[in-house]
Design a protein around this ligand. Structure first.
Ligand SMILES: [Zn+2]
Length: 458
């Protein structure tokens, strides 16, 4: 009997303690690149279902689809966890234009998520361009009142890690309307969080904090090309007025679900290792990168363990969270329920940075666990996974609420150079995801979870 026949016969009973870790990682990667169905699940989510904004029909369909898929893959304890989520609807196509002489210059804009509408007849006002909230505040109410505030600070291209550039200017989107409203502005237009110059406006949540409803002002994003042009035209024509109209609306919260499935641990069924992404998306594209990719990669971790016949010692739980984009209600509810049940989470991994080539992991844990993870670095070398960054608090928004002294939290870190070309925009579609890159991400996630399951806790 040759070795491969023998291996095939014993495979279902393969004792992983006698297989080297190098060999297990090799099996995981081989399986991911040759037989994983994850790319086709993403095709279903993106092309059969489409965008999945919380409270939308798409989100409802995605919940049903993901549960059915987990059932059909033989995941254990598959269930839906109820969660109330916001329902915000964009309404009609937004309009913005500047009239200069006889020429009407139209700008590509989109309402920011959770924004209020303009009056039905729109807003017509002069525009005040600022680069920051600090600059806005220094101008004061006298200069701001009655204007449309145009926040135009670009992402800083000097950052190699584009998430740092995003972090450096996203306050314009998240807090710009709140702060401008307090100073009597009529509306805000925010430059899209995108390093590339193009015509796609990028949405994302704006947060009014405790501003009363009647004092909320409408907020929209403008494409980067649009922002450049608007800035140029305003310099030449500072008194020209911008017309701006949008009809978005917030409805009462609706019932939705986190989708959960497991592989129960063979030795420590009560120790839980979570892997997840968020099932909701923005409404403009189909959310393939953000975060359909993370959802199918998380499901692929269990798929790959099954395919290589690895039975984990700890319970591996896939959680597809609802409502990351405009409320994080799924992540908060998951933590609340797990506290109620007294669950013991030892590890949580989130993939929510796009489906691009994986480079490594962002890790939030104590020193001893970090040292342990670092000791596995050489195992990842053949797969070009080299980033093992201790990064407190920056692993994943949905796993953020999980608190325990000992929990190890990890975020998959793909190459970030192109992520903000697509993030929250109409071009975040299935064709932007490369099949191999997606599968390599799933393999990196499964490999880390295998190692942590085997060695992570003594
Ligand atoms: Zn996301």
């Amino acid at each position: 009997m040759n070795k491969s026949v023998l291996l095939a016969l014993v495979a279902p009973f393969l004792c992983f303690s006698q297989t080297t870790d190098e060999e297990v990682l090799k099996q995981i990667y081989k399986s991911a690149l040759t037989e994983s169905q994850s790319y086709y699940w993403l095709d279903d989510l993106s092309n059969k279902i489409g965008s999945r904004l919380s409270g939308s029909v798409g989100a409802e369909k995605a919940v049903v689809y993901a549960k059915q898929k987990m059932d059909s893959l033989g995941f254990e304890n598959v269930y839906l966890q109820e969660v109330m989520v916001p329902k915000w609807v964009r309404g009609e196509q937004e309009v913005a234009y500047l009239t200069i002489g006889k020429k009407k210059e139209i700008f590509p804009i989109c309402a920011l998520g959770m924004s209020v509408a303009t009056p039905k007849s729109g807003i017509l006002a002069t525009v005040l361009e600022v680069k920051s909230i600090d600059e806005l505040k220094s101008l004061g109410e006298e200069k701001v009142r009655g204007k449309i505030i145009f926040f135009n600070r670009p992402m800083d291209p000097e950052h190699i890690e584009t998430f740092h550039a995003y972090g450096g200017c996203v306050d314009q989107r998240s807090s710009g309307a709140r702060e401008a409203g307090k100073l009597g502005a009529l509306a805000v237009i925010v430059r899209s969080m995108n390093l590339r110059l193009d015509d796609f406006p990028h949405t994302g949540s704006t947060n009014y904090g405790d501003v009363p409803n009647e004092q909320k002002i409408p907020a929209a994003a403008i494409s980067t090309n649009g922002a450049e042009l608007l800035s140029k035209l305003l310099k030449a024509n500072p008194d020209s007025k911008l017309f701006f109209k949008q009809s978005c609306e917030v409805f009462p919260d609706v019932l939705s679900y986190n989708v959960i499935g497991e592989m129960v641990g063979s030795v420590y069924p009560d120790r839980i290792m979570v892997v997840g992404g968020h099932l909701d998306s923005w409404d403009l594209g189909d959310g393939s990168q953000d975060d359909g990719a993370g959802c199918v990669q998380s499901m692929a971790v269990l798929e790959l363990f099954k395919k290589i016949n690895y039975r984990p010692k700890n319970t591996i739980r896939v959680v597809l969270f609802m409502n990351e984009e405009n409320g994080v209600k799924g992540g908060l509810e998951y933590e609340k329920q797990s506290n109620k049940k007294g669950e013991n989470h030892i590890f949580a991994l989130e993939s929510d940075s796009g489906g691009f080539t994986p480079r490594g992991f962002s890790i939030d844990c104590d020193d001893s666990n970090y040292e342990k993870i670092l000791s596995w670095k050489t195992l990842f070398e053949p797969y070009l996974i080299h980033v093992f960054r201790k990064n407190k608090g920056h692993t994943g928004v949905d796993i953020g609420p999980l608190q325990s002294d000992k929990i190890v939290k990890v975020g998959l870190q793909p190459d970030s150079q192109r992520y903000f070309d697509y993030h929250h925009a109409a071009n975040d579609t299935f064709d932007s995801v490369n099949k191999r890159e997606l599968e390599l991400g799933a393999a990196a996630m499964a490999s880390l979870m295998y190692l942590f399951d085997k060695f992570g806790i003594d």
